[in-house]
Design a protein around this ligand. Structure first.
Ligand SMILES: O=C(O)CCC(=O)C(=O)O
Length: 329
């Protein structure tokens, strides 16, 4: 039997929970840590004579400055997870105390519990995204989901084949800035999650993308706008993408995921650990340092194979689960 929360999420494909996080307590620490990373990058990469001046700039100006320095894979310094490909000893990622606090935030877990039940694991499909105004982006980044538009996809499709079949996962999308149609909120199509997992293909720079996604462009969209303090939940089969940031402001967000304990994470060997359980002994990862150790151990395992995760693409070998077939087109 589904509870009201589960029913609503399944009925629509998304749910907005208003005003549950505190900017000061829950969100600003993450932005402060991002700024710390920027300061480190400035110290390392800026012209010596500029460093003191640049360090005095605000968040937005510092980021704009470093984004022009041609730093290899810049988004990765601000992203919570290992890079998808080319995992190396010195691969960086944004695993900070503030993010650990967010992943294990009681207010978030209370909501997740209503969807997944009392046995919950943090799922390693996680991102933090800093999106500058699109007009400031280099051409190659406009269709890159970390810094620009995100293609139409379902979150279940970013798991490996086992995860796609067996994992009950929910996405918790968290804005650090007010997010609107103008600055690139996500959009979705109501109830489209009910179609189940669709066939995906490899899109721009290997990003996973619904096959025939141009059909979605023509459908009626729901903009997933949100205020700071709100969170948005996505059903694993919700089809969504994000709009371009056509504003003059930054759009910053995190997307965290959780799965029912005991099911595959869909991204082995990346960290997948209990964050809530009736049996306290299951909560083995209890602080930031232990979490970071999990990521470092995962990195060691990923270095020889060179990748952190791979998408099984195309998702299905035949075309029975292509969007156009299911829409009878
Ligand atoms: O924040 C975005 O632009 C995209 C997020 C997204 O697609 C996701 O969380 O699956």
């Amino acid at each position: 039997m589904k509870n009201n929360f589960q029913k609503k999420l399944y009925q629509q494909g998304f749910l907005k929970i208003k005003n549950i996080l505190s900017y000061k307590i829950d969100l600003q620490p993450v932005l402060n840590d991002m700024e710390f990373v920027m300061d480190c990058l400035i110290q390392k990469n800026a012209k010596k004579s500029d460093i003191n001046k640049i360090l005095k700039l605000d968040f937005r100006k510092k980021y704009s400055y470093i984004s022009k320095l041609n730093i290899y894979d810049l988004d990765q310094y601000f992203n919570t997870r290992l890079p998808r490909d080319h995992v190396k000893e010195d691969s960086d990622y944004f695993a900070t105390q503030s993010l650990w606090n967010l992943i294990t935030n009681k207010k978030i877990l209370d909501v997740v519990e209503k969807i997944l039940g009392k046995e919950i694991m943090s799922n390693p499909v996680q991102n933090t995204r800093i999106k500058q105004p699109e007009k400031k982006l280099p051409k190659g980044s406009i269709h890159d989901g970390l810094s620009g538009r995100t293609p139409w996809h379902q979150d279940a499709a970013v798991l490996n084949a086992k995860g796609q079949k067996l994992t009950d996962m929910v996405t918790v999308w968290i804005p650090f800035t007010r997010t609107t149609k103008k600055n690139g909120c996500m959009i979705t199509v109501k109830k489209i999650n009910k179609m189940g997992l669709l066939n995906h293909i490899s899109g721009y720079r290997g990003q996973v993308q619904v096959k025939n996604s141009e059909l979605l462009d023509k459908m009626e969209h729901v903009p997933l706008e949100a205020e700071v303090g709100d969170i948005i939940l996505l059903h694993k089969h919700s089809i969504h993408c994000s709009l371009p940031n056509r504003s003059n402001h930054f759009r910053i967000s995190a997307d965290l995921r959780y799965n029912v304990a005991g099911q595959p994470s869909g991204r082995e060997p990346l960290p997948n650990f209990y964050v809530r359980s009736k049996n306290k002994k299951n909560i083995k990862i209890q602080n930031f340092k232990q979490w970071l150790t999990l990521w470092e151990k995962a990195k060691e395992k990923c270095i020889p194979r060179k990748y952190a995760f791979k998408y099984p693409l195309p998702t299905f070998k035949n075309n029975k689960r292509d969007l156009n077939k299911l829409l009878n087109l």
